[in-house]
Write a protein that binds this ligand. Sequence first.
Ligand code: PEP
Ligand code: MN
Length: 382
Amino acid sequence: MINEESHSKNANVQRQSTMSRNHSIPVPPSLGEGSGLGFNLKLISGPCSAETEEQVMTTARQLAAFGCRIFRAGVWKPRTMPGGFEGKGEAALPWLQRVKQETGMKVATEVATPEHVRLALHYGIDILWIGARTTTNPFAMQDLADALRGHNLPVMIKNPVNPDIDLWIGAIERIHQTGISRIAAVHRGFTSYNRQMYRNIPLWQIPIELSRRMPHLPIFCDPSHIGGRRDLIAPIAQKAMDLGFDGLLIECHCCPDEAWSDAAQQITPAQLHDIITHLVVRDKHVEHEGLTPLRREIDDVDAQLMTLLSERMRICREIGQYKKQHNMTVVQTSRYNEMLDKRLAQAAERALSPDFIAKIYEIIHHESVRQQIDIINKPKRR
Ligand code: PEP
Ligand code: MN
């Protein structure tokens, strides 16, 4: 269980305490019913927005027909720019009730204010999700947590738009502290200034780290908002399966081209079915004993890497002393470029990716510079 510790003002201490806490959030049973597709994949699907009763019912019936068990539809839509379709609001909630009654699917919608929570509960919505823009704001999160106190329905918490894992964990903790026990995280990618391939860059290391810190928390992937494009949904969904995500949240619309929001990323239920049947779902719980010798080899190689890195830093510190004695600057760009060129050539000979090696040397160089700056700034002993 999450145990609340006294909040230290010291950021480092706080980070460490968060890292070492043993979070354990039980798998939400109603998010864990499987997809009905014959394998262990939890699937949540439905349109970005509930637009009309007919669009909601048609999409829901098609999804239910191939075994989807949880239906999503946004009723209150957080739009980046004013003037977009902001959702049908309360008027759409009876449509979700009808989806429940007619298809037997559980229904999920986004809540961003206490009033949304009140209405969603009033209309019997089964699962709530908190959107990326709301997770970013601790005041809004606390208001939602207060509104949810005393209710125990599953809540999914999307990552904040900015890549701040502590903000994500803080939002999860606020909801968990209210007594809500069925919580899942949703990875939907992060805003970046430079949108190239993805609408929201995935930065997979962040959900992986979340999973390491909260090992019992189910994590879903939302390929629709990461990719922002129909053709990216299948490869992102496959990547999520390869990384051991617990399920997928995918936007689906009976007529995607006519969708009132996020048209470019919505697919038809038939296209979703096709993607799902081609996914390779891997089992993250199987322990392969055959891997033990190879894992030992990895441990040995890592031990050697550590020794070498520590040796490299010792030499850097000696260089730092020399630079100090000779009043030299710490960074000599020409030397750094020359070294990087050599390392990239060495990497190519060993079939190592140049990008990977360049990234590693950037970090190593950064640490060497930090250590040398420490040395040259240390006051002389009298
Ligand atoms: C959504 O799921 O429709 C949505 C608005 O997503 P996000 O909060 O991830 O942008
Ligand atoms: Mn959307």
